[in-house]
Write a protein that binds this ligand. Structure first.
Ligand code: ZN
Length: 281
């Protein structure tokens, strides 16, 4: 089993294409798990959806959930809560979508659970958090811990923050290979007091082997608009070996940012959104 875990593509087809090429350099892809925000901000929303559909037509199982920008693009949520640049980009996206793209985005679920979709195995997929799949940010240990109680699988994959990182939860006293930078979470009800939490960045090349006692909430970062100080596209490669060991590998991939910025200028998209691709902020 080999799976590319991608998120927050944001209409950046050039980055998506390079990510898929990189993932396929390890061998054929059985699956792509997409954590949402396929469109919004970037100049090629239709091409990004078409790429996912072509992967699916080619035999790669694509499991995707909706992000807030996907919902805004199809009118399912209002853009009133968006900042001015995001709203401008959302309006541009809405009028640029083909009927096929709109139909695809419209059909995305907000959550996919491994206990309902067997091929997802031990994972639940949401854009934001299990509590509020479209809007909430997985941005603190408190949110992460609360999220564990809302899923029926050991692990969860999220997007939305555009930061490649993972929360690891292990029983106190556990001496696994994961970095032990965690601290006592302070919870004393129902088990969490015996849980140690750590948050770690998924730097390029980081490998995390899944362990029976360790639960993970992982974020692959953003393909199309990273915000962790690096401009390269970010994703995770999930592989299960013949021996049954599953591992996550963090990957960063360079793409032609100049080309994307040129297309954004031609589309009249906001200058700040164009500039931030270069800074990864
Ligand atoms: Zn996003």
């Amino acid at each position: 089993m080999r799976c590319a875990i991608i998120s927050d593509i944001h209409g950046n087809f050039d980055a998506l294409e390079r990510v898929i090429v990189d993932a396929m350099s390890f061998g054929s892809l059985d699956a792509i798990w997409c954590l949402g925000d396929i469109v919004g901000y970037g100049p090629n929303p239709n091409e990004c959806v078409r790429e996912l559909r072509e992967c699916e037509a080619g035999g790669t199982a694509v499991h995707a959930v909706a992000g807030n920008h996907d919902r805004a693009a199809t009118g399912k949520i209002s853009i009133a809560g968006f900042n001015p640049d995001a709203a401008t980009a959302a309006r541009w996206t809405i009028k640029s979508l083909t009927p096929e793209t709109r139909g695809y985005l419209d059909g995305l679920p907000e959550r996919l659970d491994g206990d309902a979709v067997p091929s997802l195995g031990d994972f639940t997929l949401v854009h934001g958090t299990p509590h509020d799949p479209v809007w909430d940010y997985m941005d603190s240990e408190v949110v992460a811990l609360a999220s564990l109680a809302e899923i029926g699988t050991p692990h969860c994959i999220v997007g939305h923050t555009h930061r490649a990182e993972y929360y690891a939860f292990r029983p106190k006293g556990h001496s696994g290979q994961l970095p032990s930078t965690g601290h006592d979470d302070g919870y004393d009800d129902d088990g969490p007091a015996s849980t140690q939490i750590s948050v770690s960045a998924f730097d390029h090349g980081t490998i995390v082997d899944l362990e029976p006692d360790v639960r993970l909430i992982a974020n692959p970062g953003s393909v199309g608009q990273p915000r962790d100080g690096l401009s390269s596209a970010s994703y995770l490669l999930l592989e299960t070996t013949g021996g049954g060991q599953t591992r996550l590998q963090a990957r960063r991939v360079e793409y032609n940012i100049d080309d994307v910025q040129r297309k954004m200028r031609e589309a009249g998209l906001p200058a700040r959104l164009i500039a931030r691709l270069r800074h990864g902020r």
